[in-house]
Design a binder for this molecule. Sequence first.
Ligand SMILES: Cc1cc2nc3c(=O)[nH]c(=O)nc-3n(C[C@H](O)[C@H](O)[C@H](O)COP(=O)(O)OP(=O)(O)OC[C@H]3O[C@@H](n4cnc5c(N)ncnc54)[C@H](O)[C@@H]3O)c2cc1C
Length: 401
Amino acid sequence: MTRYDFLIIGSGIVGLVLALKLKQKFSKKRILMLDKELDSVQHGTGRNSGVIHSGIYYPQNTLRAKYCISGSKQLKNYVKEKNLWINECGKILLPSSKKSMRNIDVLLRRAADNGISAEKIGKKRILELEPNANPFLGEGIHVPFTSIVDPKEVARSLVNDVKKKDVELIYDSEVLEIDSSLGTVSTNESTYYADTIINSAGLQAETIAKLSKFKSEYSFLPFKGKYWELKSGIKLSRLVYPVPDLNLPFLGIHTVHNRNEQIYIGPSSTPAFGRENYNGVKDIKIKEAMLLIFSFAIKIILNVNGLRSLALRELNLLFLSGVHKEAGNLLNGVKRSHLHLSEKKVGIRSQIFDKKNKSLVSDFVIRKDNKVIHILNAISPAFTASFGLADYIIVNVLDEN
Ligand SMILES: Cc1cc2nc3c(=O)[nH]c(=O)nc-3n(C[C@H](O)[C@H](O)[C@H](O)COP(=O)(O)OP(=O)(O)OC[C@H]3O[C@@H](n4cnc5c(N)ncnc54)[C@H](O)[C@@H]3O)c2cc1C
């Protein structure tokens, strides 16, 4: 049996950055990465908005706040050092209702606590910064730090880097069994042994945790993020986001543009009936879908975390009129005929649910169990936070008893 110092399950951005940083710190150690897919961008890492977040949303001292802030600076530096595409365009947040206007001050307080530059601005300034924005309630927030990158390009660059540093990366290799006390990991082809195993399997991290018999208080509740292409001739110089509902771990439907200036409106937060159910009913697994339908139904009936109002809003998004309304809260000049549901751009959030507290978990969760470190709930902004999270795991979790 081949022995490794570190074995990383999952080669999305979280696993890749960890492998890179482990090699930078322990150059002689042997590292193996396993991924069930043929590349690193089939799930969260290749299916997100590509936004480097500032950290304005997250309460101080949460893992999301800490590692979004330290990670975002490192990710920007990495992208610039490697000459990858980046648009440091900044972001405008607009309230969509009188109720959400109250959150402007909460967000400005969080920005101050987290050391993030953000200012409240009025209609005139909003329109100077983004002439296509629709500041119909007369105020918003400007966050200059926020940027957009190409997440697939970033991941491919990291894959090259880890390979150059002699990390063994094996694709098409699905982990099927783990013994957390022996440190063994089996795929359908081989069994490996490692001193430390890191579970960074994104959407499947909770499945891997169960495989290793890790007892946790969490279950899995996937939310699909659908995007609509905006085909209108509108060009945006800033990102435009809503002021979010701070009871939910989602940021709300926003604009994002890519390197080809294609604008998308999304992502939705639609209950998903499978962990990797990206394409409607095509890749549904009946047993998993039934369990998830039941689980969502109970939570919507009990209105856990305000899920009933989220469900109603998501119902509206089944109709183009609903999507048009959300887009119109952000931008002027959008017609229904400009909006087209994207078949390719769709992601699923690796959201976990706390069964004890009966709530959606809104922070990253990192647990060590024998030889395995589990990275659970790698929800947004884990792409932005990946460099900070890797530092945290190497400094604080590796040697924990
Ligand atoms: C719609 C949407 C938009 C988002 N937008 C942003 C954003 O703008 N900015 C931001 O910071 N974050 C964003 N996020 C969050 C971000 O995409 C994720 O947090 C991040 O990609 C998580 O990376 P990961 O490496 O943990 O997971 P993944 O990228 O999902 O990687 C996990 C890997 O594990 C592999 N794997 C799974 N099971 C096994 C197994 N049994 N054996 C072997 N391999 C396995 C998978 O094949 C996969 O490659 C968004 C998320 C979504 C869904």
